[in-house]
Unconditional design. Sequence first.
Length: 424
Amino acid sequence: MTQNDSLKNWLLEPPKYTIFRINKLMELDIVNLQNYLEEQRKELNTNSIPKYYFLKPDCLVIEQWPTTLSFEKSKNEVIVDPLCAAAVLRGAHVYAPGVLGLPTNCDINERIDIYGSMDGQCKRGHKVKYDGNKQYVGTGFLKMLRYHLFDKAVQPSGIAIQTLLPASRLPVLNETIFSKGQVLLQNLPSIIAGWVVNAQPYEFILDMCAAPGNKTTHLAEMSNNKAVIIAIDKTIQKCAKIQQTCNKQGATCVKAYAYDSTKIHSGDDNNNNIMEPPFCSNSFNKILLDAPCSGLGQRPQLNNIISPKMLQSYKFVQRKLFDAAVKILEINGKLIYSTCTVTVDENEGMVAWALEKFPCLKLIPAEPLYGGPGLPNVGLSDKERLMVQRFGPEDDELRPVEDIYKNTIGFFIAAFVKTKDHNS
Ligand SMILES: C[S@@+](CC[C@H](N)C(=O)[O-])C[C@H]1O[C@@H](n2cnc3c(N)ncnc32)[C@H](O)[C@@H]1O
């Protein structure tokens, strides 16, 4: 198998663990999880609940149901779109807009097998058994019939199938089992990006591409709401989403602005307004650039429809954002760059480009280092490869990776320090 094939296969599978980021600003009702899993255990008629544990105080890991669990094939099948199929594999219910096909002879509450349409050929409203390319993703209980889903007069919403057991055997979990704001379903490398920033009280931190605010709130929480965090995204709607996430999680030290971060450096260094964009040179102690990217690290990836032209385009906006970040980062300040993709251009390629373009930047270890090293032979020395974190299927003897950090989404993190003024 080539490296490319092994990456493709890895991307088709969901992560093996479900992760909740715990909001340390609130008390956690962990007993809710125990009770919820107990209820599920009874319904699944099995002996034990999945193992769960804290990887760190702000990171709760839940494992899969035992391999012995299985169900007989159900009488009927529902066909869902690839995005919905991917969500089911990660432990979600089926929401009405994701349903493409359902037979006419179904009854409410019957158990029904869930299939993802993999060929894009299944049309909404499909009535009979689908014979195209489909993948089994789980089984559940039917909560809506055809007329709820496909009648012209309805805008379908709500749970159409209550998932009982995904094919991945991940537990069906969502944030609603806890009180509002206590937890957030978040991919492990995204949480690690927050740990790398390591926000401390009284630091002045910029989150350049912040919506929906999942990392912003993490930074606020880890500083105990004592850092000053400026969160930017490009539209008012995205900015409102950041504010909403902050309100939900009690993050009170965040100021969100709608702004184009490629233009966030003010040409006027006498501008004394430090709280609003654009910012003058050398303003921030730390900057998180969680860049817009091709998103090819999402797992499982059941429909990849990104065009080669689109794929090529990301590095240009990433470079512009990076350039602005370097200017407004203070000397000795730390810049953390992250993406949720697997392409070299957007990851190791960006690091190599930045080190060449900005003599004021020094690569530093993106600690804590849990992911693998950067890929070899793409512009980074072994020493540099060891300083970054790549989350992917690769095995590299430079740094072995524990299963939990391997069986997650594709992601990349690099950290830099600005050692001198960017003009010098
Ligand atoms: C990977 S997402 C950020 C996710 C976010 N950091 C989180 O953890 O919740 C990238 C974000 O960059 C934003 N973005 C893209 N171009 C931008 C620009 N020029 N200025 C500011 N934000 C931008 C997108 O709107 C998108 O919300």
